[in-house]
Write a protein of this length. Sequence first.
Length: 248
Amino acid sequence: MKVPREWHKSFFKNSFYNPASPAAVGMAPLEAAFVLRQLKLKKGSALLDLCCGPGRHAVEFAKKGLAVTGFDFSGEYLKEAAARAKKKKVSLRLMRGDMRRLKFSGEFDAAVNLFTSFGYFQKFADDLKTLKGVARALRPGGLFLLDLINGDFVRGHFTPRPWHDMGGHYLLEEIELNRDGARNTWTTICKKSGKTRKRSFFTRLYDKRRLSAALGKAGFKPLGFWGSFSGLPLTGERNRLIVLARKI
Ligand SMILES: C[S@@+](CC[C@H](N)C(=O)[O-])C[C@H]1O[C@@H](n2cnc3c(N)ncnc32)[C@H](O)[C@@H]1O
């Protein structure tokens, strides 16, 4: 299966996929509360939500009095984030750009990257560029919380062609695993019209060891790992890999 090098440019569009499903929006307050318990930020602290998408967590952080910058490549999702902030009567600074080319310097107390919004690049050097950009964006001692799909879980529970009923459409995944990660083709079939759409993408699969090594190379020290937003320990049976790291 061939995955386009810059696959994110056609994948993260409302015509194909939007991460703010009603279920995901419903989970956001609990997930944000867990993140804030780990970050222990004072009111007014500057928080970067890297790859904020439609802003479902960013608005929760802003409601708690943080100065939130949401950064994402998708203009469509950023528009949705702005509308969500307006509806919730909070203010967000929203910026469009590529996570590999962050221009911030020492301006954030903390950063987050949630819902497997990292590991998208087929060259590890690009993942490293992203992590180094986050480190540069943080003040000395700043915290970074990353939430990824747990590579150990994916490898241990591998199903090559799962089907999902997504409400208005069906989703078929066709997954190939290799040493680096997963290549996946999603085919969606609209229940009403029968129209199908197809996109392929890549996710580098991280486990605790690999993620710790990458964070270390970028100037972070991991402080803690979890396997769920309810704070359960990380094991191969949990599908999340959540890490809190400090800029050294
Ligand atoms: C799975 S979504 C998660 C969005 C959001 N964090 C959430 O939990 O709803 C991944 C996000 O990463 C963004 N993204 C993908 N590639 C990117 C890139 N190269 N630079 C910046 N953002 C990117 C997408 O536009 C999308 O909003």
